[in-house]
Design a protein around this ligand. Structure first.
Ligand SMILES: C[S@@+](CC[C@H](N)C(=O)[O-])C[C@H]1O[C@@H](n2cnc3c(N)ncnc32)[C@H](O)[C@@H]1O
Ligand SMILES: [Zn+2]
Length: 388
């Protein structure tokens, strides 16, 4: 450890040290990304909420420990945690994980140096929470997570390969997630749905099913909190949420079709142009209002440096629960119609006045999630724009 200059950071109630680096990179001797603090703060609330829901002490696996900041924070800041298992393939990471456990005077944390999949398989069924926070894609590790996760456990998954999931590059998404992405204005939502769909399909091999409690796309990453259930019947039911989104880039029409081997429309019913498909992906819920409300309540008991941003994000995700898949970008519609953009709030008011549901989305500040048909949205936007 003496060979490095040491940097100290404080997140929540926890102090963490690691070798100083010039650039956030997987090349750093031990990885630490300050931009992920919000992600970790949200994890504290999600895991505490899950622990209370289970009403028993929980064992947590921090599968890609890095500096150990997650595992150490989980033990230090969450009540009702029994053991924490921190794993990392890097020996240097292990050294700092041990150091950070001591620095925070913690017990009942064990440190391991294995490949992530090997580690999960060696400890099958031992964890109430598995946190997967790798470099890039979680895809190669999900099979072991599916095989090893226990009934009613929580699976937390980070993906930083957003260019694949959002469809900037199509082939990597097909290779890693066996799904076709599409780079539309709502591609971050499609990306989260592709990731959730891939988790559901992977877990189904082991007669397990998923319930997404919370998901968010923030900066350069996507994050899912998933409750894992067991049983082949539930798993069959769960797979009914897999399907496709067909999108028209000419008029912005889109529709969803559930079913893994379902037929999808080729031609846009609105303008007759060719539709583009994305999927297979998850068309079920990606937010759970009750779980998120409990997380929001839980924030009152926690010291979190990013609390203001966390609450803003959680509130947005809570409101999105039960809203339809995909959203409309008002500016994109205005560009298509060659009109100036009306005030966003007026669009919401008018949709509601006409009896439609309309909510904002954390995916895009200009986004509207609504059950109104596209024709109606365009009509409202045109009327508002002309009276501007
Ligand atoms: C993104 S970092 C983890 C960051 C950490 N969770 C945090 O919140 O700061 C990924 C870590 O995974 C480790 N790693 C890479 N490949 C691995 C593998 N196959 N099995 C286990 N650990 C691995 C790296 O050494 C690195 O520390
Ligand atoms: Zn069309």
């Amino acid at each position: 450890m003496d060979e490095y200059n040491i940097k100290t950071v404080e997140e929540g109630l926890t102090k963490i040290q690691f070798p100083e680096f010039d650039k956030i990179s997987s090349e750093a001797p031990v990885f630490y990304n300050p931009h992920m603090e919000l992600n970790r703060d949200i994890s504290i609330l999600a895991l505490q909420t899950f622990q209370k829901q289970e009403n028993q002490d929980i064992n947590i696996c921090d599968l890609f420990g890095g500096s150990g900041i997650r595992g150490v924070r989980y033990k230090n800041e969450i009540n009702g945690v029994d053991h924490v298992f921190i794993n990392d393939i890097s020996e240097t990471a292990n050294e700092y994980e041990r150091h950070n456990v001591k620095l925070n005077n913690l017990e009942d944390i064990e440190i391991f140096q294995h490949d992530a999949s090997m580690f999960l398989r060696m400890h099958r069924g031992e964890f109430d929470v598995i946190d997967i926070d790798p470099f890039g894609t979680p895809s190669p590790f999900l099979d072991s997570a599916g095989y090893c996760s226990r009934r009613n456990s929580l699976l937390c998954v980070t993906a930083t390969d957003t260019s694949a999931l959002c469809g900037t590059y199509k082939e990597p998404c097909i290779r890693k997630y066996n799904a076709k992405p599409y780079k539309s204005e709502y591609c971050h939502e499609t990306g989260i749905r592709i990731l959730a769909g891939f988790v559901a399909l992977t877990l189904a091999k082991y007669s397990k099913s998923i319930e997404v409690k919370l998901s968010h796309s923030t900066e350069h990453y996507m994050r899912l909190y998933i409750e894992v259930k067991k049983g082949s019947k539930k798993s069959d039911e769960c797979l009914k949420n897999i399907g496709y989104i067909s999108h028209c880039k000419h008029c912005l029409y889109r529709e969803q079709n559930k079913g893994l081997a379902t037929s999808t429309p080729d031609i846009c019913p609105e303008c007759g142009e060719k539709l583009i498909q994305a999927g297979p992906l998850w068309l079920g819920d990606i937010q759970n209002a009750e779980f998120i409300s409990k997380m929001i309540e839980e924030s009152e008991n926690k010291k979190l440096n990013t609390k203001e941003d966390v609450l803003k994000l959680l509130e947005s995700c809570r409101v999105e629960a039960k809203s339809p898949a995909t959203f409309y970008d008002v500016h994109k519609i205005c560009k298509l119609l060659k009109i100036s953009a009306p005030k966003l709030d007026l669009v919401f008011d008018n949709l509601e006045k006409e009896g439609f549901e309309a909510v904002k989305t954390h995916f895009n500040p200009l986004g509207i999630k609504t059950n109104a048909p596209l024709k109606k949205i365009k009509e409202i936007i045109k009327t508002l724009s002309s009276s501007n």
